[in-house]
Design a protein around this ligand. Structure first.
Ligand code: NDP
Length: 330
């Protein structure tokens, strides 16, 4: 089967040189195993961190080994009763057309509730990240102002809609006028193109005239510095991601806005979605319910073709995706 391997560790933004295509032999499944045909591959910002050496909350990818991540696949041959041939599963799989798996890390996916690729987005890891980060950490109340950065991405677009369901005023930042228009259409009260706005702090102050009660941070950097300056007393911040610095060998230092956390008695909490693993079924059930009731919309940017996985991944860092970045492999 064709596989995509990590050829070398990047410094800065990865390039095509970091990815190597190879054909691997695939043994036949043993007792307990299934042979999977990959249908959809998820490309996610956290994978950039796994390309570096060194300890983090997930171990680094090994050089010379296949890259891996969330994928939806079809069971084509089964020696495991729980996953009969023909069933569709989601799991952490290598970037390969076909792969072998034991059932341990696989979950069956219903095919009648939503497009199966949504289990990599709205009804999967990103949707759960939005659900727990917003509802558990930010806890917005009706009438409060919620700001979400990276608002037109997979996590951000769900955060904004969930905040609207809670009755909050919602302001998003995103990197193009098309994304800004899309967020307004989704029901965001205000959206700001951070790439063309000359003064982000001023634009945020105008969009959040009553100040900011909750901040869901996907990006870090100058947007976050500006948000801190506008926090209200007892503001809550969910530190979800810092994509603006994932390609930096040395994380840049900027203004030091943390003093504002002190003077507002704000609460800043970082989190990893897997912290909530035992509550994932609750999150998926609620997200499925809101989606089924038409209260949540979702968007995907689907790139076609196995050989396009590296490009789709790199596109995350230039904002090529609206909603969830997915590669359709078969
Ligand atoms: P997205 O779908 O949001 O894709 C990434 C987006 O980030 C791009 O579309 C781009 O949009 C934006 N971006 C890229 N570079 C920059 C930059 N320098 N400054 C500002 N924005 C930038 O990805 P996800 O929704 O999957 O993830 C969003 C964030 O959440 C990431 O930081 C990710 O690491 C984090 N995350 C954290 C989890 C956790 O457990 N804590 C779990 C899942 C995700 P634009 O056009 O707006 O620039």
């Amino acid at each position: 089967t064709q596989a995509i391997l990590l050829a070398s560790r990047p410094s800065g933004l990865p390039t095509a040189a970091q990815f190597r295509f190879e054909t691997l032999d695939l043994p036949t499944p043993e007792a307990g195993q299934v042979l999977l045909k990959t249908l959809y591959v998820s490309v996610d910002p956290y994978m950039r961190g796994r390309m570096n050496a060194g300890k983090s909350y997930v171990p680094p990818f090994a050089v010379g080994e296949p890259l891996a991540g969330g994928a939806v696949a079809e069971v084509v041959e089964s020696r495991n009763e729980a996953f009969p041939a023909g069933s569709v599963v989601v799991g952490n799989l290598p970037w390969q057309h076909y792969s072998l798996a034991d059932g341990k890390s696989l979950n069956r996916v219903p095919t009648d509730q939503a497009p199966v690729s949504y289990f990599l987005g709205l009804l999967g890891m990103p949707g759960l990240t939005a659900y727990f980060g917003l509802l558990d950490i930010c806890q917005p109340k009706a009438g409060e102002t919620v700001v979400v950065s990276g608002a037109a991405g997979a996590v951000g677009m769900v955060v904004g809609q969930l905040a609207k369901i809670q009755g909050a005023r919602v302001v998003g930042t995103a990197g193009s006028d098309e994304k800004v228009a899309y967020l307004k259409q989704l029901g965001f009260d205000e959206a700001i193109n951070y790439k063309t706005t000359p003064d982000i702090a001023q634009a945020l102050a105008a969009a959040a005239p009553a100040g900011i009660d909750c901040y869901f941070d996907n990006v870090g950097g100058p947007i976050t510095d500006a948000v801190y300056g506008l926090l209200n007393k007892h503001a809550r911040i969910a530190l979800c991601g810092q994509i603006s610095s994932y390609n930096d060998a040395v994380v840049p230092t900027g203004p030091r806005p943390e003093g504002k956390l002190l003077t507002t008695s704000a609460r800043l909490q970082g989190f990893i979605v897997s912290d909530y693993f035992s509550r994932w079924p609750e999150g998926i059930a609620k997200l499925t319910e809101w989606y089924g009731a038409g209260q949540l919309q979702f968007e995907e940017t689907i790139t076609e073709g196995f050989d396009q996985i590296p490009a789709a991944f790199l596109g995350l860092f230039s904002g090529e995706n609206t909603g969830k970045a997915i590669v359709k492999v078969a």
